[in-house]
Design a protein around this ligand. Structure first.
Ligand code: SOE
Length: 399
């Protein structure tokens, strides 16, 4: 039976545009969806670059007029993959036009913007319009499986959580400015770009929420060459220089409430200066009867420690999360044949389309995105007052 079309407009076409395009193309081929996504139009600012993206990523048409696209009655879904400074305007307009919206993380650049998006999503929900924020790592099978293990009580009461997102693409001090280093476009630096992932992943796996934080933000390199040719993370440097207006690294402690981690303490780090770590999103959850360990750079594996093992046989057990029983994996390859970063975006499209066709609210919702935005804001407020630092000497000690 012919499935009803879902005509998709993607706003933006950088790194996330490439990942989302792959997902819109691939998800309907590997998952039995009740609607057929159609890659109708890709939108960008520059006509030549947008046309090149259309051709490369397989969109039917290209446009530089996002307002006209969002208002087009023939569009059903708007996928926002442009920088954070554009999220609120585009998503609110799309929701008011009755379009289902998938918006990249973090939801917005400020709490106020995120609140406006939540209000628009709540209004649109009354008319069956759905909204989801793109925390794609929830859809790594090993992470979805880790959540199941925690919910099944396999590691007991959670006392501590460690969520680190370690990258090193800014280690070169002469690396060029990109939009991710401009507060007016990105909202924040490592904190919002990758710290948001660490926050959402820790809360998703434990079922708890961060209630209070104490943090520090650091900018190690304050000016960089402006971007010359090329875009995104791989741009080349020009001779002019610009100011870095965001954090290079974020460190914070958090108190968790609710779920199996009620009362637990979390340690969080998000940095682009962890030399040698390319995309090192790691999570370790320590419970009263066990623990789990995950590393995105080995994303098909989960390590489980269970105190119930005989005394001489205890240790972290490596689970290869590629069995058909594991989340999402039945759609792909036989056991042991690994999947990659891009598959999480196909899982995201599957869950988003399933929610649309079932008439249910997708997760994570814009409300979930607003909560993460509030955590990011709390870390920035905590860092701003500097009270988390205590000198190790009082100045009266003998030399
Ligand atoms: C850059 O830090 C980045 O592309 C993030 O923006 C993405 O959200 C993350 O998945 C990979 O790294």
């Amino acid at each position: 039976m012919a499935r009803r079309p879902l005509r998709v407009a993607m706003i933006g076409h950088g790194f996330m545009g490439a990942a989302h395009s792959q997902a819109w193309r691939t998800a309907p081929r590997f998952f039995d969806l009740d609607a057929e996504p159609e890659m109708t139009v890709v939108v960008g600012r520059d006509p030549d670059r947008t046309e090149a993206a259309r051709e490369q990523y397989g969109w039917q048409t290209a446009s530089t007029d996002w307002r006209a696209v969002v208002a087009d009655p023939d569009i059903d879904v708007v996928d926002v993959v442009s920088p954070g400074s554009s999220h609120v305007e585009v998503a609110v307009a799309a929701l008011r036009a009755g379009k289902h919206v998938l918006c990249e993380k973090p939801l917005a650049n400020t709490v106020a913007e995120a609140e406006a998006m939540v209000a628009a999503a709540a209004e649109a929900r009354q008319h069956g319009v759905r909204a989801m924020v793109g925390f794609s790592y929830r859809r790594v099978p090993a992470i979805a499986f880790a959540r199941q293990l925690v919910q099944d009580g396999r590691i007991g009461t959670i006392r501590q959580v460690r969520a680190l997102y370690l990258q090193d693409w800014l280690t070169d001090e002469e690396g060029p400015m990109t939009w991710r280093l401009d507060k007016s476009l990105a909202g924040s630096g490592s904190l919002g770009d990758i710290g948001a992932h660490a926050i959402d992943m820790a809360e998703f796996v434990t079922g708890a929420q961060l209630a209070s934080v104490s943090g520090t933000l650091e900018t190690f390199v304050h000016e960089r060459p402006l971007l010359g040719e090329g875009v995104g993370l791989s741009g080349t440097a020009s001779s002019e220089r610009g100011q870095v207006t965001v954090d290079d690294a974020a460190f914070f402690l958090g108190r968790l409430t609710g779920g199996a981690a009620d009362g637990a303490i979390g340690t969080f780090e998000a940095t682009r200066y962890a030399t040698g770590r390319k995309n090192g999103l790691t999570l370790e959850v320590s419970g009263s009867t066990g623990a789990i360990q995950f590393d995105l750079e080995s994303m098909n594996e989960l390590r489980l420690y269970e105190s119930s093992a005989p005394a001489g046989e205890q240790g972290f057990r490596r689970i290869l999360v590629t069995e058909p029983e594991h989340p999402y994996m039945a759609a792909w390859w036989p056991t042991g044949h690994l999947i990659g970063y891009e598959h999480t975006f196909s899982h995201q499209v599957k869950d988003f389309v399933d929610a649309i066709t079932a008439g249910t609210d997708p997760s994570p919702s814009f409300e979930d995105g607003l909560h993460v935005q509030r955590v990011l804001d709390a870390v920035e407020r905590s860092a701003a007052d500097g009270s988390s630092w205590t000198p190790t000497t009082t100045g009266s000690e003998p030399a």
